[in-house]
Design a protein around this ligand. Structure first.
Ligand code: IMP
Ligand code: MG
Length: 190
């Protein structure tokens, strides 16, 4: 090849503003992990994570919780446009192991209206676990319709649609190492 190298477009090029940078995420995840380890040491919890958005958070968080624990996954979809959830939740993938009698810690990326988490928490409670608590990296309280208690909360953010660190717009941007807001023109692309 000759001449100047042409750089492939990066998802970071579409970001207008970074709301939470990678260092702030790292520090918060360490703090949450220490609290969870202190509360759950010796209790053999199962971390139930919601695919796909919570994956980077789970991967980083669990390594900050140096106690005996196990993992399981649920995948849900909510019908609606890509930036608004509709309140209709459907389970795409359910738990692989029974949780009866277990201490469950749900690991979620963001609580917005609360519809998704309410549905998931009810679904888990029906299986008679010893307890169910919630850790959420982000909370958008201005948008809440269904009340949800967040036992371990990372950051409260304003009412803006965010991407990165697992969060997507139309399945893109999950791999950004920070949380940011897209440039307005991104939403106008075909
Ligand atoms: P809720 O049911 O309205 O609380 O929505 C929860 C789900 O919607 C989250 O698990 C995310 O998948 C998605 N979501 C909510 N807000 C955002 C956002 O700002 N960016 C990306 N996804 C979001
Ligand atoms: Mg999610």
């Amino acid at each position: 090849m000759t001449g100047a190298a042409v750089r492939a477009p990066s998802p970071a090029d579409d970001i207008a503003e970074v709301l939470v940078d990678a260092d702030a995420i790292r520090a918060k995840v360490a703090e949450l992990g220490a609290r969870i380890a202190a509360d759950y040491g010796g209790k053999d919890p199962v971390l139930v994570s919601l695919l796909k958005g919570a994956l980077p958070f789970l991967a980083d968080l669990m390594r900050q919780v140096p106690i005996r624990l196990s993992l399981d996954f649920i995948e849900v979809s909510s019908y609606g446009s890509s930036t608004e959830s509709s309140g209709v939740v459907r389970i795409l993938k359910d738990l692989a192991q029974p949780i009866e009698g277990r201490r469950v810690l749900v690991v979620e990326d963001i609580i917005d209206t609360g519809f998704t988490l309410r549905y998931v928490m009810d679904h888990l409670q029906q299986q008679k676990p010893e307890s169910v608590r919630l850790v959420a990296l982000l909370d958008k309280p201005a948008r809440r319709i269904v009340p949800i208690g967040i036992d371990y909360k990372g950051f409260e953010i304003p009412d803006r649609f965010v991407v990165g660190y697992g969060l997507d717009y139309a399945e893109r941007y999950r791999n950004l190492p920070f949380i940011g807001v897209l440039k307005p023109e991104v939403y106008n692309r075909a």
